[in-house]
Design a protein around this ligand. Sequence first.
Ligand SMILES: Cc1cc2nc3c(=O)[nH]c(=O)nc-3n(C[C@H](O)[C@H](O)[C@H](O)COP(=O)(O)O)c2cc1C
Ligand code: SF4
Ligand code: SF4
Length: 325
Amino acid sequence: MPDVEAMLHPQGVTNGVMKADPDKCTSCGLCIQNCPYRCWEMGPDDVPVMREGRTCFSCFNCLAACQDGAISIVQAYEVHGGGYFDTEYPPVRWPLEPLDAAGNPDQWTETERLIIERRSVRNFNGKPVPDTLIRRVLEAGRFAPSGGNNQPWKFAVVTDPGLIAELEEKVHAVWAGDDYALSDENIAPNLVGVMPNEVFDPRVRQGLHCTALKELPVFLGSPCIIFVAGNEKMALPVLQAGICGQNMNLAAMSLGLGFVWTNFGAVGVERVPELKAKLGFEDPWVMRAAVCIGYPRFKQRGAVPRHYRPVTWFRPGSVGVETGE
Ligand SMILES: Cc1cc2nc3c(=O)[nH]c(=O)nc-3n(C[C@H](O)[C@H](O)[C@H](O)COP(=O)(O)O)c2cc1C
Ligand code: SF4
Ligand code: SF4
């Protein structure tokens, strides 16, 4: 049984802190719109400032959206000691400079650039995605690798605005209920050990809260949702749904489409049996992923820094050297 106090009030968590430079900021507001957790608000001088009481989890999507280079990182989200989520956090680093096989400076390939500049897109312009392009995204999923070539996935595509609205409403209700229970200090202790541990992680908790407040729509206002179910009678359905989904992510980007995963969407539908049935899934199919695609409303693509954990290399003649390079 996990430590209730440590789960409900994790210690040693340092939220991310970002800053907008008044000399560079043009007050476009894109950073505010692109923060999934609504950590920014417009300050008195029309320069965004960070809101009190929000968990900035250092996704750096505000930084990717800023066209004017006005945003900088003051402090990345870290967890050091204390509570249940006690993890040593390595510093964040920008992508390394690419080198060629001989060790000379090189350029990223198109595929590498796609991977590095991929960002979750949560702001869509409302334009429908043509079925022809959705088909290509699905094909990228269908041709993913799988253990024993078992291909344990099955897709459903929703572009009907009426059904998207119904999914949003009914799945939102699931998370609003969870948020209510978790916010009640009499109920919440009883949920430790009952709800999945990750719900108590401050980053997930903030996402859940923003979802309940409708600040972070479950399906992000996208015109197309693809559900990926995993066949639980086959090996590794969760892992393989993920591989399948990531293939679709890169294919969507290469077609000029924005893409974001929605675990709140996938798990939420799984928790509402009538919705799952309506989407055509029944045992042994379990909803393992949901992704939203659409045309980005503004540029949301760009490199960001990420944790840089030392790598243990076993090179010829050296045994397990931990190295930063
Ligand atoms: C399995 C999975 C589930 C996710 N679920 C959600 C979600 O429910 N809502 C959301 O806004 N973003 C979701 N995301 C997006 C993550 O928040 C995002 O990938 C992360 O913050 C890193 O940002 P980036 O994708 O821009 O690099 C999910 C990502 C993954 C891989
Ligand atoms: S880093 Fe991410 S969570 Fe933090 S303010 Fe920027 S967009 Fe929001
Ligand atoms: S995106 Fe950049 S320029 Fe626009 S409001 Fe934010 S900091 Fe200012």
